[in-house]
Design a protein around this ligand. Structure first.
Ligand code: SF4
Ligand code: MG
Length: 334
C-alpha cells in the first residue's frame, strides 16, 4: 500500500520559564493509506503533541525544532500557517475528544459543513449542501436536512461527535487524526463511532492516526501500534505482535493495566511510579526508574531500537540480551 505519512526524527519543544523543554524527542514512524496506526501511552507521553505537530496546531509556545513530516510528497515542517490551513480539512483533518473544540457554537451545522467545501473544493452553495447531507447520512444522522439548520448546543454529545467526524471527513482527507475521539462517550456510541471511522477509512482510502490510552480500543481499531513513553517511541509493531509478543516492559505494563470502563479519566496509573516531567534530566533509558527489569546499563546508556521482526521494534536493552548478534537500528535521541 501507498506510503501516506512519513515522520522522521521529529523533535517538538516548548518554550517555558525553565527553558526549552522537549515533549517529543526524535520520533520516526509512518502510516500507509487505509491503515490505522494507534499511538498509545499515558497522559503527557507526547502522543497528542505528535498529532498537533502533524496538523500544525501546536500551542503558541510550541515548535518543531527538528525533523521532517511528509504527507504524500509534501514536506509540512516549515510550511507557512496559511499553507498548513489549506492542508487542514482538505488533505488532513483531526477529530478531538471534545467536539465543541471543533464546532463553533454561533454557526449552524449546515454553515460549518458547507464552508470548507466551498473554500477547499470550490463548490457552489447548492453542491455543498447536497454534499453535507450526504456526509451527515454517512455518519449515521437520520434527518440530515433538519440538522443543517441546528446549532451545536441543540445536539447530544454523540450527535456532536458524529457531526465533528462528518466535518473532518467532508473534504475527503487522505489522513485523519483522531485524538481520543470516543473517550467521553458511552460504550454503545463509542462502538458505533469506531465502526464508523473504520468503514469510512476503507471507503475513502484514508490513513488514520488514532491516539488513545485505551488498549481495548487499540485491539479493535489498530493495524499497527506505536507505544510512546516520555516523548519517545518505545515500541512499534502490528497489533498482533503487540498483544501476543510485547517486547518492551512498558508495553507489558500497559497490557496488564486493565482499563476500568466506568472511569474515563483513568490513565494507566497501575504501572507504579509516574512519567518523568519534561525538565527531568535522565540518563539511559527514560523508563528505568519504573522498570522492574532495569539493569545497570539501563541507567547509563540510552537503548537503541532493536528490530524484533520486519515490523516490530523495541527500544529496550533486554532485546540485546534476547537477540544477541542481531542487527540493530538506533532511533537517535539521548
Ligand atoms: Fe527496562 Fe532497561 Fe528495557 Fe529500559 S532498557 S525498559 S530500564 S530493561
Ligand atoms: Mg492527550
Amino acid at each position: 500500500m501507498e506510503q501516506l505519512l512519513q515522520v522522521d526524527n521529529l523533535v517538538t519543544q516548548f518554550r517555558t520559564a525553565k527553558g526549552k523543554l522537549k515533549a517529543v524527542r526524535g520520533i520516526s514512524f509512518s502510516v500507509k493509506a487505509e491503515e490505522t496506526l494507534c499511538i498509545v501511552g499515558e497522559s503527557g507521553c507526547g502522543k497528542s503533541i505528535t498529532s498537533l505537530s502533524i496538523m500544525g496546531l501546536l500551542p503558541s509556545n510550541g515548535e518543531i525544532s527538528q525533523g521532517s513530516i511528509r504527507l504524500g510528497n509534501e514536506e509540512l515542517v516549515g510550511k507557512s500557517d496559511e499553507r498548513l490551513r489549506e492542508f487542514r480539512g482538505n488533505k488532513m483533518s483531526m477529530i478531538f475528544q471534545e467536539p465543541m473544540t471543533a464546532l463553533n457554537p454561533v454557526f449552524t451545522i449546515g454553515f460549518q459543513l458547507r464552508e470548507p467545501l466551498r473554500i477547499h473544493k470550490n463548490m457552489t452553495k447548492k453542491e455543498a449542501t447536497a454534499k453535507s447531507i450526504d456526509i451527515l447520512t454517512k455518519v449515521g444522522i437520520s434527518s440530515p436536512e433538519k440538522m443543517l439548520n441546528q446549532y451545536p448546543h441543540e445536539l447530544s454529545g454523540g450527535m456532536r461527535q458524529r457531526v465533528m467526524i462528518g466535518m473532518a471527513l467532508a473534504c475527503e482527507p487522505s489522513l485523519l487524526i483522531a485524538d481520543e475521539p470516543t473517550t467521553a462517550l458511552d460504550v454503545t456510541i463509542q462502538a458505533q463511532i469506531l465502526d464508523l471511522i473504520d468503514t469510512l477509512k476503507s471507503e475513502m482510502g484514508m490513513g488514520v492516526v488514532f491516539v488513545t490510552h485505551d488498549m481495548g480500543v487499540v485491539a479493535e481499531v489498530a493495524d499497527r501500534v506505536m507505544v510512546m513513553y516520555a516523548g519517545e517511541v518505545v515500541e512499534v509493531g502490528t497489533v498482533d505482535e503487540l498483544f501476543s509478543n510485547p517486547g518492551h516492559p512498558y508495553t507489558k505494563g500497559l497490557l496488564a493495566a486493565v482499563p476500568n470502563v466506568d472511569d474515563v479519566d483513568q490513565d494507566l496509573s497501575i504501572i507504579p511510579g509516574s512519567m518523568p516531567s519534561l525538565d527531568d534530566q535522565i540518563t539511559g533509558c527514560r523508563f528505568h526508574s519504573r522498570c522492574p527489569y532495569a539493569m545497570d546499563v539501563c541507567k547509563e546508556k540510552t537503548p537503541p531500537s532493536f528490530k524484533v521482526s520486519g515490523t516490530q521494534e523495541v527500544k529496550c536493552w533486554l532485546q540485546e540480551v534476547d537477540n544477541n548478534g542481531k542487527s540493530t537500528t538506533s532511533s537517535g535521541s539521548g
